[in-house]
Design a protein around this ligand. Structure first.
Ligand SMILES: O=P(O)(O)OC[C@H]1O[C@](O)(COP(=O)(O)O)[C@@H](O)[C@@H]1O
Length: 384
């Protein structure tokens, strides 16, 4: 295990969720039978669609392997949701850890908090238990972890993004992307094939998603046929389909950026922000600013309300954050770019590669990119 983090940190017991670890050998039909029917009933009298049902039956045609894998990801995210909301979150689990191995190895990663590590552990054990994953590449690990030679999928993940907010109970999120294992690399040594499988270009994504841990826990996902969001019903433990076929408005009235960095921005980005907030852009309304400093939360709001969410400096990661979220925004009719290029077309060359990230409504993104010079090159390393 080539991780800088120790597997086996004591986990809080999961309160109510039935672990799916025995499901890996079961068929989709058997899982459906083992899954209790949803209690929630829409006003039409029709039972609501759960994520499990949607993935299994919803016409997405993803195949049994992906159904199983999703079941395990769903379970992991429910555990993380319980953890971030627990009293332990406000104590030692929220404190940053020193990162001796990563620092010593010249790692490009930020110092994790125990909650980052525990979330990573939860995702890892769920992926392993699914029996469907060949390799997991996590923002919390220095190198990808080879799990199983015959796992059909590769999972990339940021297990708990925005954890710098955790002591203040501000929203956080899990981000993941799923690729097929590249069978043509099977003959290579494990370390090599683990890395190359994890560096697939975003256009090869089979599915992606995020889970927002906020006032509601939202599981938003796409299999390449639209973007759909499910809300956790805490009384039943089911994710209920609440936002089928999410479409981002072609134009919003909100920009989302850490504008304390204004004086480190390039001219083009300053001009763009100055223009839209004065209502002098292509859309003649004064824009508002919203910035939570938690990527999943800022992205989720942008998907629903439109506008543009950005981090113009080299900070967010192509593999774990930019690619999965760009896949989702494109599937919702929007755009993901580094300010110049389509994110999904950028070939990753490093696992923890960082880049400027702009995600949002089609018209807002086109207008922003027309300013050309929007990537922040001055990146002094801010303390908060
Ligand atoms: O400091 P900045 O540039 O505002 O960056 C904030 C961004 O960093 C993140 O916290 C991600 O960084 P971490 O992975 O270190 O938590 C995002 O959630 C947030 O959007």
């Amino acid at each position: 295990m080539a991780s800088s983090t120790s597997r086996g940190i004591g986990l809080c017991p999961s309160p109510i969720f039935f672990p799916p670890k025995h499901y890996s050998h079961l068929s989709r039909q058997t899982i459906r039978m083992a899954t209790p029917p949803p209690y929630a009933v829409a006003s039409s009298g029709k039972a609501s669609t759960t994520l499990t049902e949607y993935v299994g039956d919803g016409g997405v045609g993803v195949g049994d392997d992906l159904v199983l894998l999703f079941h395990h990801i769903e379970y992991a995210c429910k555990r993380i949701a319980a953890l971030v909301a627990s009293p332990y979150n406000n104590s030692s689990l929220a404190k940053p850890m020193s990162l001796p191995t990563a620092t010593g190895s010249g790692s490009d990663r930020d110092a994790p908090k125990p909650l980052d590590i525990v979330s990573n552990e939860i995702i890892f054990s769920s992926l392993r238990n699914s029996g469907k994953v060949a390799v997991m590449a996590s923002e919390e690990d220095d190198t990808p972890v080879w799990i199983s030679d015959d796992g059909p999928y590769v999972v990339v993940t940021d297990p708990l993004d925005g954890s710098r907010n955790i002591e203040a109970s501000i929203p956080t999120g899990t981000i993941f992307g799923i690729y097929k294992r590249l069978a043509e690399l099977d003959h290579l040594p494990k370390e090599e094939k683990a890395l190359l499988n994890s560096l697939q270009v975003g256009t090869r994504l089979v599915a992606a998603g995020y889970v927002l841990y906020s006032s509601a826990t939202i599981f938003c996902t796409s299999f390449g046929a639209g973007t759909h969001a499910f809300t956790l019903d805490h009384s039943t433990g089911d994710f209920i389909l609440t936002h089928p076929s999410l479409t981002i408005p072609p134009r919003g009235q909100i920009y989302s950026v850490n504008d304390a960095r204004y004086f480190d921005w390039p001219e083009g980005l300053r001009k763009y922000i100055d223009t839209v907030r004065q209502g002098k852009g292509r859309y003649p309304k004064k824009y508002s600013a919203r910035y939570i400093c938690s990527l999943v939360a800022d992205f989720h709001r942008t998907l629903l309300y439109g506008g543009v969410a950005m981090n113009p400096r080299d900070h967010l990661r192509l593999v774990y954050e930019a690619n999965p979220l760009s896949f989702l925004v494109e599937q919702a009719g929007g755009k993901g770019s580094d300010g110049k290029n389509r994110i999904l077309s950028i070939q990753p060359i490093k696992l923890h590669q960082r880049l400027p990230l702009f995600l949002g409504s089609l018209e807002d993104m086109d207008e922003l990119e027309s300013y050309g010079d929007v990537q922040q090159k001055v990146n002094p390393g801010y303390e908060v």
